[in-house]
Design a protein around this ligand. Structure first.
Ligand SMILES: [Zn+2]
Length: 341
């Protein structure tokens, strides 16, 4: 036996160290938060790490996505594969599975099965709500985290104990900021990932998990700990008396529809939410041209695409016929929750 975990075991105790080594952690998203969490958990000796991501490594990722190097960009490697490779170099004694996949309502439950705990490192709030549904349904602890700019949120969600993300939907600061629109600095990523991994370790150590949302803006040097115990909704459709897990249902997911003969794709988000088009316009004004806003819609030009956003989140993107590509463009500008990786 080597002593690679000696310092950690000294702090956490041998029993917790063993539990870490038996843990099967699912990390959804291999962007900035996912990279940071995965590296910490690999070094901590988490028995099995599964990391799922649909994207590939780009130059703009290297500033904050710590698992990736220039070679990964040059080779166009999917993030899940590049992450698996790097994590195996960090710790060859654990099992690592990188899965190149878009997580959606039809595969999330299968992906989550057999894992001990799930870490949310996705880049949009709608996916977070779906993960929350699947975790509550399977009774698996779910560690929420999100960040944009210099601001971030983290919270442990324990089935049957804490409020779930759906309970907090009305209370979390949802806006239309995205990393692509306002950017992100790596220190906030490290802080939020640190909270998420700490929650994983505390849960494995058998500690009581307080229903506290950490809200941090590093640049403004502002921080709040919000106890959300009272926000647990007994009628919550995800964690209440009669759960129906609405975000797992296909009806509630983003629908894309190729508009025949128009060289355009329509996108309709599952989570209906009214947007302030004025706010959206000010967030994206640096990225686009020909920006026009009226009470009904926002129209703009981005690269070769003409994008029309409606106040309920629906959009039509002209100049594209591929749904996936349209979704990428859409997520660049509209992300509920300001989640950012
Ligand atoms: Zn709930």
């Amino acid at each position: 036996m080597n002593n690679r975990y000696a310092r950690q075991a000294l702090f956490l105790g041998e029993n917790t160290q063993q539990r870490i080594q038996q843990a099967k952690v699912l990390i959804i998203g291999a962007g900035a938060l996912g990279s940071a969490s995965a590296e910490m958990l690999a070094r901590a000796g988490a028995g099995k790490l599964t990391i799922v991501d649909r994207d590939y490594v780009e130059w703009s990722n290297l500033q904050r996505q710590q698992l990736y190097i220039e070679t990964d960009v040059r080779q166009n490697l999917p993030k899940a594969i590049a992450a698996e490779k790097r994590l195996a170099q960090i710790n060859s004694e654990i099992t690592i599975a990188g899965i190149v996949e878009d997580v959606h309502g039809l595969n999330i439950e299968e992906l989550m099965k057999s894992h001990t705990i799930v870490v949310d490192a996705t880049d949009n709030f709608e996916t977070s709500l779906m993960i929350n549904d699947a975790a509550m349904k399977q009774g698996i602890p779910y560690i929420f985290g999100a960040c944009v700019g210099s601001y971030g949120l983290a919270m442990p969600i324990i089935p049957g104990e804490t409020p779930c993300l759906h309970c907090l939907l009305e209370h979390l600061p949802l806006d239309t900021m995205t990393c692509d629109a306002v950017g992100v600095i790596s220190p906030i990523v490290q802080v939020i990932a640190a909270f998420q991994v700490m929650h994983v370790l505390k849960w494995l150590a058998g500690k009581t998990m307080a229903p506290i949302v950490q809200s941090i803006d590093l640049w403004k040097e502002e921080r709040a700990e919000i106890n959300v115990a009272k926000l647990k909704n007994p009628h919550c459709l995800t964690c209440g008396e009669k759960p129906i897990y609405p975000f797992l249902q296909f009806e509630n997911q983003m629908k894309t529809h190729v508009l025949c003969g128009r060289d355009a794709v329509q996108l309709r988000p599952g989570l209906v939410q009214e947007y302030s088009l004025e706010q959206l316009a000010s967030n994206i004004s640096q990225q686009v041209t020909n920006l026009v806003v009226n009470p009904y819609l926002l129209s703009c030009q981005f690269e070769v695409y003409r994008i029309v956003f409606f106040a309920n989140g629906r959009a039509i993107i002209h100049g594209v016929t591929d749904s996936k590509k349209a979704r990428v463009i859409y997520n660049r500008f509209i992300q509920m929750g300001g989640a950012c990786k």
